[in-house]
Design a protein around this ligand. Structure first.
Ligand code: MN
Length: 205
């Protein structure tokens, strides 16, 4: 396309709050504990928590701003993971690989204390702790999930290519990510191997 027939997107003012609110968001979605079937190793603990809360307990929400889907455009948003422990595991997002797997992403911590848990399909793994003012530049080809290891909401600002998409099934099909982020008590966390993990299928793109 030439410059003449390419519509020009308009710049937008976004107000981003450390509480996770995003003024100017074009989409908001929420995940509830009852949506997290198969995510936690200790299913009994997860089920008990779901029953306790009637399945209606909010576990994380996302506010995002997108002006178009095309390559080159950005999605900017906030992710807020509420604190929780199921069995020994800290509260997590579902996690994903980008459907266009080479797409990178910035996560900048606005408040709380969390871990970005990262795997490649080839078996590399990383866990990077984030506190307010710290960021992780997630390269392409890394599956990623946010984990709240604190006792207040873990809020991150994210930014990635609008055409990236998300492949959530890759984690479910593998029996979960390679490692679990678990409590050691006294506010400490560590990672342990996930005994249900059976390796990832290779990405298609
Ligand atoms: Mn992502």
């Amino acid at each position: 396309m030439t410059r003449a027939d390419t519509p020009i997107d308009q710049p937008t003012l976004l107000k981003i709050f450390v509480s996770g609110e995003l003024d100017g968001a074009t989409r908001h979605y929420e995940k509830y504990l009852g949506d997290m079937d198969g995510v936690y190793l200790n299913e009994k603990a997860w089920k008990a928590a779901v029953q306790n809360e009637g399945g209606g307990s909010l576990v994380y929400f996302v506010d995002e701003h997108k002006y178009q889907d095309g390559p080159g455009a950005l999605i900017i948003g906030t992710s807020t993971v509420l604190p929780g422990i199921y069995g020994d595991e800290f509260a997590v997002t579902r996690g994903h690989l980008h459907a266009i797997s080479d797409r990178a992403e910035l996560y900048y911590c606005l408040s709380g204390r969390g871990v970005m848990l990262l795997d490649t399909v080839d078996g590399d793994t990383a866990a990077i702790e984030l506190a307010a003012g710290q960021a992780v530049n997630v390269p392409g080809q890394w599956l990623h999930r946010s984990v709240n290891v604190g006792d207040e909401p873990f809020v991150t600002l994210f930014c990635y290519s609008a055409d990236a998409g998300q492949d959530y099934a890759i984690i479910a099909e593998a029996g979960g990510m390679k490692t679990l982020v678990v409590t050691e008590g006294s506010g400490r966390w560590t990672t342990i191997p996930n005994p249900r993990h059976r390796g990832y299928r290779q990405a298609v793109a």
